[in-house]
Write a protein that binds this ligand. Structure first.
Ligand code: DP6
Length: 366
C-alpha cells in the first residue's frame, strides 16, 4: 500500500536551467460519482470514469531557474505567469497559487523556477464544461516531466501515479484524467491497486461493447453554477444520507466490475443513470438544498427514456455537477443516436450546442 510520503523526493541527480514541456490532458466523465471528501482531497467514496478523447486542455509549461541575489538565501514565493489562449489571465492565478502550495511538499523544486503556464481548451470556454479536471491533469503532467528531467531514474508507474496524485490535489476528479480508458479512484477492496491517493487504470477485462463508447455532451446551460462543486462536496459533511450514499458507491462499483467484464448494457445503464440521479438527489437533500438541473435537463432525460423504450437501443444519460447531459451509447449505434439527438434533443440545448466525444486513453506529451 502506498502512502503519500512515498511521493516526497529526497534528492535530485540532475540540475536544469530552463526548458519547456507541453502536454494535453482530457476531461473525464464519472460513472460512479465522487461526491464528498475528507481532508487533503481524499474521496469519501471511490469513483470510476470514462476518459474522454476530444474535450481536453493543452498546456505548455516553460521554466527558468531563478538566480537569487547572494543576500537572500532562499526565495519564499512561487513565481509564475499564466496565459489562457495566449493572453495573461489573472483570474486563474489564485487557483494555481493554491495548487502550488498544496503540492510543494511533493515537488520541492517549485520555488527554484519561474514558470510560464500557457493553457487552452479544445472545447469552447464558458460551455459549462468544467476544465478543472483536464487543466489540473495537464499541468501535473508537465510538472512530472520536469521532475523526471531532474531525476531520470523515476519509473513510468511512479510518473503516472504521482501525476495523478498531484492532479488530485488540484481537483479531485482530475486524478482520473492521466492514463487509461476507464479509471478508478479510491480504495475498493475488489479492485487491485486501487487507491485514495491517485487514479489507476481499471485493471480487469473490459467487454467489447464498451470499445469506443460514445459520449455526446448536450450543453443545456452554459451559465456559471450557483453552487460550486467544492461547496457541494462540503455539504456532504453532516448530510443525512451521506453514510448510506458512500456505501452505495462501493456497491455500484463492485457491480460495474462484473458489468465491464460481461458487457451487460442493461445493467450498466441502471447503475449509470442511478448514480447521476443520486448525485443530484444529494444536492437536493443538502442543507442548504439546491438544484443544478434545468427544465431542459429533465426534458432530455425523458426523451432518452422514451426513445430507449421504443427502440431498445442501449442509450443512457449521466450528469455531472451541472445542467448539461452526457448521452452515453455504444459506438455501433452512433449514427442512429446522432440522428435522434439532432431530431429530438438539440432543441433543448442552449443555442443548439452539443459536443461529440468518446472514450480516449489519457494525457499525451506533445
Ligand atoms: C460531480 O473534482 O470538481 O463531477 O475536488 O473540489 O475540485 P474538487 O471537485 P471536482 O468534483 C467533481 C464531482 C463530479 C463527480 C465526479 O467527477 O466524480
Amino acid at each position: 500500500m502506498f502512502t503519500a510520503n512515498d511521493f516526497i523526493p529526497t534528492s535530485y541527480s540532475q540540475s536544469i536551467e530552463s526548458g519547456n514541456f507541453q502536454w494535453s490532458a482530457p476531461s473525464n466523465i464519472a460513472l460512479v460519482k465522487y461526491w464528498g471528501k475528507k481532508d487533503n482531497q481524499i474521496p469519501a467514496n471511490p469513483s470510476v470514469s470514462f476518459t474522454l478523447n476530444n474535450c481536453k486542455t493543452i498546456t505548455k509549461l516553460a521554466f527558468e531557474k531563478k538566480h537569487f541575489d547572494k543576500l537572500s538565501v532562499t526565495d519564499s514565493k512561487f513565481s509564475f505567469d499564466l496565459l489562457f489562449e495566449g493572453k495573461p489571465k489573472e483570474a486563474f492565478k489564485p487557483k494555481i497559487q493554491k495548487f502550488f502550495e498544496r503540492i510543494e511538499i511533493y515537488l520541492p523544486f517549485l520555488k527554484d523556477y519561474h514558470f510560464t503556464i500557457d493553457t487552452e481548451n479544445t472545447f469552447p470556454h464558458s460551455s459549462g464544461i468544467a476544465s478543472s479536471a483536464s487543466g489540473m491533469a495537464a499541468l501535473a503532467m508537465n510538472l512530472m516531466s520536469l521532475e523526471k528531467a531532474l531525476n531520470p531514474a523515476i519509473t513510468d508507474d511512479y510518473f503516472h501515479q504521482k501525476a495523478s496524485l498531484l492532479a488530485r490535489l488540484g481537483s479531485g476528479s482530475a486524478c482520473r484524467s492521466v492514463k487509461g480508458e476507464v479509471v478508478v479512484w479510491g480504495n475498493q477492496a475488489n479492485i487491485e491497486g486501487s487507491s485514495d491517493l491517485f487514479g489507476v487504470e481499471f485493471p480487469y477485462n473490459i467487454h467489447e461493447n464498451f470499445k469506443n463508447y460514445q459520449d455526446t455532451i448536450l450543453l443545456v446551460d452554459k451559465g456559471e453554477k450557483q453552487v460550486s462543486s467544492t461547496v457541494g462536496h462540503d455539504l456532504m459533511h453532516d448530510h443525512p444520507f451521506a453514510e448510506r450514499r458512500f456505501a452505495q458507491a462501493h456497491e455500484n462499483l463492485d457491480k460495474l466490475i462484473a458489468i465491464f467484464e460481461n458487457g451487460n448494457l442493461e445493467e450498466f445503464i441502471k447503475i449509470v443513470e442511478s448514480e447521476a440521479l443520486t448525485l443530484h438527489a444529494m444536492m437536493m437533500t443538502s442543507m442548504p438544498y439546491y438544484i443544478l438541473m434545468k427544465p431542459n435537463t429533465l426534458q432530455i432525460i425523458n426523451a432518452i427514456w422514451k426513445f430507449r423504450n421504443e427502440t431498445q437501443i442501449p442509450v443512457c444519460f449521466t450528469l455531472d455537477a451541472g445542467a448539461n447531459v452526457h448521452v452515453l451509447y455504444p459506438n455501433k449505434n452512433k449514427e442512429t443516436i446522432l440522428q435522434f439527438i439532432k431530431d429530438e434533443l438539440v432543441g433543448f440545448c442552449q443555442n443548439g450546442q452539443y459536443l461529440c466525444d468518446e472514450i480516449g486513453t489519457g494525457a499525451m506529451l506533445l
